[in-house]
Design a protein around this ligand. Structure first.
Ligand code: F6R
Length: 611
């Protein structure tokens, strides 16, 4: 986690670095800092604990002038949040920012202390600054010193380094943590993620593991750790800077919830073949032969992406008749599970950088499985290591709680299942055609649900804002949505919430129900409807406050519920794409009424690049 940013050009660097950090703050926000080459004064740093605004005040009191600098926003791993542990870290003429974890930090610390280095912080990062400084002290250039130091590191890093001895360059490097460099007119940039650079340049190069780049005003030179030069043309990123702004909404999360119809339109564009009643497969990157020969699908993901992946099991088994399992990437990796040739692994990840998903997918690939990535961030690590990529086109997601990326993942997974089913002749053209038509209408249907339920959901959130526990129940495709509704509430409002498969209630969790517990029941008219309705009645009989999410006009659900949220009637496969919307809104409004930090909830970070 953590966000890093760097600038070298002719403009004052501090405002550009701060702006970049603001756009990266979702990656971590317990302290922040800048280091700037101040002409005539060497490198100066400013650091502050807490949100970025504290650093901004520190800079107002003591501004930093200079057009070369690096910045950092931190999510603590080694050492509690404090000014001394905040980045940049300094050793002699070196200042450094780092995202990642150095695994051999204990041994390095012992060694550096043995050589007389005075280490001020508890961080692993400061050790890297000292390693580089020792190399520079032997007369090496900054670039060579960085190479020398990197040879001693185990673990994950993206670093940006300044040296007082070479004030006209920034040296950056990466291994297992993301880093993108940007090319401007007479200026160069680096950052952990695309949105930080969008207002300044759209021409970006994604660094690969084991690469070092030297940023100067008018050129960027990339090489491998062994010094071999790397030629890579920049990619033009078509995300616009306004996509990463709040656009008048109180929070990014609310904006991203309401952006879902647009995100869905972008994700579906060019993929629905209405004439052939099929999905255009060219972007999936697998051949028809791959589709016919796949023996098993293994979906790997974490968190919200795991909930999206769970729907893949239902779709792929039902529509394509391929045995499918879903694994938490963090549990799959290192387990030496049975996976190999003939298996198609689908790694689902918004950021494309989640370490557990990345490592799990790499392990499966090493054993002979083919890997398909479903990711949102173009050029991120998981797509890069995969055999094929099927991108969601949700645009940058800034709110830590994932919303629009979740629904676009659901759509991609469903489209994939339809494509697979058509190629395997397990899905009729009629059925596929009905799904394709419903998908084509989906952006409008989502818009109707968002505008139609917003006020009701806000009122319900106000009524139940003080509930200490909330249960979410669903069967079939609604089970992952129950889990997702509960996760959204937990992560941004800090209310204890649990999602259960509705049929499991009577095996234990029903004991939790009493008149103080709101129970949110997902009961769309699908193949589980009758049993779901029975579960709803069981909850009601235990005096629960039942809020149902049901198909429009469902009088039975209305009778047994205290409150009813209605969604339009769509084919069963699409119901998750609608029923999750009021659950996102519910979590948002509860959190907003409670006054929590919706976009940056405590203890969380958007991209989880640690174990
Ligand atoms: C919750 C949330 C997380 C992520 C998880 C995986 O709202 O966003 O649970 O889904 O950290 O992240 P990605 O999808 O980037 O792999």
């Amino acid at each position: 986690m953590c966000g890093i940013v760097g600038y070298i050009g002719s403009q004052p660097s501090a405002p550009i670095l701060l702006d970049g950090l603001r756009r990266l703050e979702y990656r971590g926000y317990d302290s922040a800092g800048l280091a700037v080459q101040v002409p005539g004064a060497g490198i100066e740093i400013r650091r502050a604990v807490g949100k970025l605004r504290n650093l901004e005040s520190a800079l107002r009191e003591r501004p930093l002038d200079g057009s070369v600098g690096i910045g950092h926003t931190r999510w603590a791993t080694h050492g509690r949040p404090s000014e001394v542990n905040a980045h940049p870290h300094v050793a002699g003429p070196i200042a450094l920012v780092h995202n990642g974890i150095i695994e051999n930090h204990l041994e390095l610390r012992r060694r550096l202390e043995g050589r007389g280095c005075a280490i001020a912080s508890d961080t692993d990062t400061e050790l890297v600054a000292h390693l580089i400084q020792l190399e520079v002290a032997q007369g090496k250039s900054l670039e060579d010193a960085v190479r020398g130091a990197l040879a001693e590191l185990q673990g994950a890093y993206a670093i940006a380094v300044l040296s007082e001895k070479e004030p006209e360059r920034i040296v950056v490097a990466k291994h297992s943590s993301p880093l993108v460099v940007g090319l401007g007119e007479g200026e160069s940039f680096c950052a952990s993620d695309i949105p930080a650079l969008l207002p300044y340049t759209r021409d970006m190069i994604f660094l690969e593991d084991g690469e070092v780049a030297v940023l100067e005003r008018d050129r960027i030179r990339i090489s491998k750790l062994d010094g071999t030069a790397v030629e890579r043309a920049p990619r033009r990123i078509d995300w616009s800077p306004v996509m990463a702004e709040k656009a008048g909404y109180k929070h990014f999360m609310l904006k991203e919830i309401f952006e879902q119809p647009r995100a869905m339109e972008d994700t579906l564009r060019g993929r629905l073949d209405r004439e052939a009643r099929d999905i255009h497969g060219h972007e999936i990157g697998l051949s028809d032969d791959d589709a016919r020969t796949v023996r098993r699908v293994v979906l790997l993901a974490c968190g919200t992406s795991h909930h999206a992946a769970m729907t893949g099991r239902y779709h792929i088994e039902a529509l394509a008749r391929v045995p499918t399992v879903v694994e938490l990437a963090s549990e799959f990796r290192g387990r030496d599970g049975v996976v190999g040739e003939g298996d198609l692994v689908i790694a689902v990840s918004q950021s494309g950088e989640t370490l557990d998903t990345l490592v799990a997918a790499k392990e499966a690939k090493a054993k002979g499985a083919k890997v398909l990535a479903i990711a949102n961030v173009i050029g991120s690590a998981i797509p890069r290591m995969s055999d094929a990529v099927f991108y969601t086109h949700a645009g940058p997601e800034i709110g830590v709680a994932s919303t629009k990326c979740f629904t676009t993942q659901l759509a991609n997974i469903l489209m994939f299942a339809i494509w697979l089913g058509r190629r395997r002749d397990t899905l009729s053209a009629d059925r596929a055609g009905a799904l394709v038509e419903a998908l084509a209408r989906l952006p409008h249907t989502m818009q109707d649900v968002l505008t139609g339920t917003r006020q009701l959901v806000a009122n319900l959130a106000r009524r139940y804002v003080d509930a200490r526990d909330v249960l979410y129940l669903g069967r079939g495709l609604s089970f992952p949505i129950a889990l997702e509704g509960a996760l959204k509430l937990k992560e941004i409002s800090y209310v204890h919430a649990e999602g259960y498969a509705a049929g499991e209630m009577k095996h234990g969790p029903i004991a939790l129900i009493d008149s103080h517990v709101p129970v949110i029941c997902l009961v769309p008219r699908d193949s589980h409807y009758d049993r779901s309705l029975s579960n709803l009645q069981e909850a009601k009989a235990r005096e629960a406050r039942v809020i149902s999410v049901a198909t429009e006009g469902d009088e039975a659900a209305r009778t047994f519920s205290d409150d009813l949220i209605e969604v339009p009637d769509v084919p069963e496969e699409l119901t998750p794409l609608l029923t999750v919307l009021p659950l996102q809104l519910y979590a948002y409004y509860v959190a907003d009424y409670k006054g929590t930090d919706v976009d940056q909830p405590r203890n969380l970070a958007k991209t989880v690049t640690v174990e």
